[in-house]
Design a protein around this ligand. Structure first.
Ligand code: NDP
Length: 467
């Protein structure tokens, strides 16, 4: 380190100040502190951020809880008699809250154990190096904005009657009738959770098919399976207004006519970056039209010493991406700069029921990028359901670039899609070809073995003259 850099560091209270202790901020703070930086972290809501408190973790616990409904039914075909079933929502929420409190404690110990100081308070930037936090004024040579996102709800009349995923995790009771508005990850996941736990669920999506951005076959397959399970999925349906009725129920006016009466309306219509109330303007940090912090490829904002990572940058809104960014940034600033983040072949899974796992390109994206592609598809009833009698099917799909034989996309709809897709994501990152898939011996009997036993590509789609 140069003498002038040492002098600069001594001028500031902290070398590195992290605003927001979610997944990405926590990782950046811990790694920077482990490299010897003097680190301060401010969090005014909950340690661990969205993922730990009102996102991935409690969501997955609720998905497990809801799936038991089918598991009990399926057991009968295997000779089990399962007696009366009753679900206690309050108990589930209490147990979930206990687990989250434990995780909050682990986050605190991890950050403090690395030598960083936590401020349980909102941090507000006063200028590019000064932060007011918990009644104190501190300075930092480098600042990281990792404040995440927040549910965004359109301005529909009666908006005050709705909940978002934030509140859904803390409902006192599970209502009989629930309407979920939206067609992204959160809407589809919660529709499955509420349905599994016994509510009558109606899901409303404004377009012709939900899960926009995912492979078309996979989207349609999830929709069909959800409909089969009894979720009332209504496409091309927009809510015009929501009114509270005398008996406490809610009445939704649907565009084009018709109403829906329900007990709870949950909006899952996207998330906006959390950039208000933290002094962004005073520090001069530039935002885009959606209010997200604009960063370059090294996560640096337009202000030299201020960086941003994770959902607040509104790029890939996934916890593991924010963690990778936080780690790479801290290494680059205070340790060995080698670690980068590759945004290619980022796998993800929608924990719908059945779940949808994906990595790489959709068929449509691959056709647009490469022209000639081969599609391998398998749609089957899993072995478990031969005895359970459940009418649930699984879809597996490979997208192969024809000229190089490289597998460029994998999509699976079925149980444990996330567990399956994670390993295949490694293969895709390694550049595996279809020939490598073919040379891989399957594990029998599994669903995933389909991916290494698909022999015949689908016939080429026939284009009509008009197309
Ligand atoms: P998404 O952006 O995934 O989906 C938003 C949905 O709301 C879309 O279907 C969109 O429709 C619809 N929508 C947007 N605006 C309106 C409107 N004004 N009226 C009606 N519908 C509207 O957001 P989510 O809230 O589901 O999740 C946020 C992000 O969090 C995800 O994108 C994902 O990155 C992350 N996440 C990841 C999870 C995982 O990895 N399992 C789980 C949960 C969240 P349209 O498609 O027509 O625009």
């Amino acid at each position: 380190m140069q003498a002038n850099e040492l002098r600069d560091m001594a001028k500031y209270t902290y070398d590195f100040f992290v605003i927001g202790a979610g997944s990405g901020g926590t990782r950046a703070a811990r790694i920077a502190a482990a490299h010897g930086a003097r680190v301060g972290v401010a969090e005014d809501l909950y340690l661990g951020g969205t993922c730990v408190n009102v996102g991935c973790v409690p969501k997955k616990l609720l998905v497990y809880a809801s799936h038991y409904a089918e598991d009990f039914e399926d057991a009968a075909g295997f000779g089990w008699s399962v007696g009366e079933r009753e679900h206690n929502w309050a108990k589930l929420i209490a147990n979930k809250d206990k687990e989250i409190a434990r995780l909050n404690g682990i986050y605190r110990r991890l950050i403090e154990g690395a030598g960083a100081k936590i401020y349980d308070a909102r941090a507000v930037l006063e200028d590019a190096n000064t932060i007011s936090v918990g009644g104190e004024r501190v300075t930092a040579q480098t600042i990281l904005i990792s404040t995440g996102g927040w549910p965004s709800v359109p301005d529909v009349p009666g908006k005050e009657h709705i909940v978002t995923s934030n509140e859904a995790f803390h409902l006192e009771t599970l209502p009989d009738r629930i309407v979920v508005v939206g067609g992204g990850y959160i809407a589809v996941e919660f529709a499955g959770i509420f349905h599994g736990l016994g509510a009558n669920v109606t899901q409303l999506y404004r377009g012709p098919m939900f899960l926009r951005g995912f492979d078309d076959d996979a989207r349609a397959f999830v929709a069909e399976e959800m409909l089969k399970k009894g979720i009332d999925l209504r496409l091309i349906t927009k809510v015009e207004a929501i009114a509270k009725q005398k008996d406490g129920s809610l009445l939704l006016d649907i565009a084009g006519g018709g109403t829906i009466e329900t007990d709870l309306v949950m909006y899952a219509t996207g998330r906006r970056p959390n950039t208000s109330g933290i002094g962004i303007e005073k520090a001069g940090v530039a935002l885009n039209e959606r209010g997200a912090v604009i960063v370059d490829k090294d996560w640096r904002t337009n202000i030299d010493n201020i960086y941003a990572i994770g959902d607040v940058t509104d790029r890939i809104q996934l916890t593991p991406v924010a963690i990778a960014e936080g780690h790479a940034l801290a290494d680059r600033l205070y340790g060995e700069p080698g670690r980068g983040v590759s945004y290619e072949f980022v796998a993800s899974t929608v924990f719908s029921q059945p779940s949808l796992g994906t990595v790489g390109l959709t068929e449509a994206e691959a056709r647009a990028r490469y022209g000639e592609v081969d599609i391998y598809k398998s749609d089957f009833k899993s072995m478990k359901h031969t005895l359970s009698g459940r009418d649930e099917r699984t879809l597996m799909k490979l997208v192969v670039e024809r000229s190089s034989d490289r597998v460029v996309g994998i999509h699976v709809v079925g149980p444990d899609a996330g567990e399956i897709i994670q390993g295949f994501a490694v293969a895709l990152k390694a550049g595996a070809t279809k020939a490598v898939f073919d040379a891989t011996i399957g594990i029998h009997p599994t669903a995933a073995e389909e991916f290494v036993t698909m022999r015949e590509p689908e016939p080429e789609p026939v284009l009509k003259a008009a197309e």
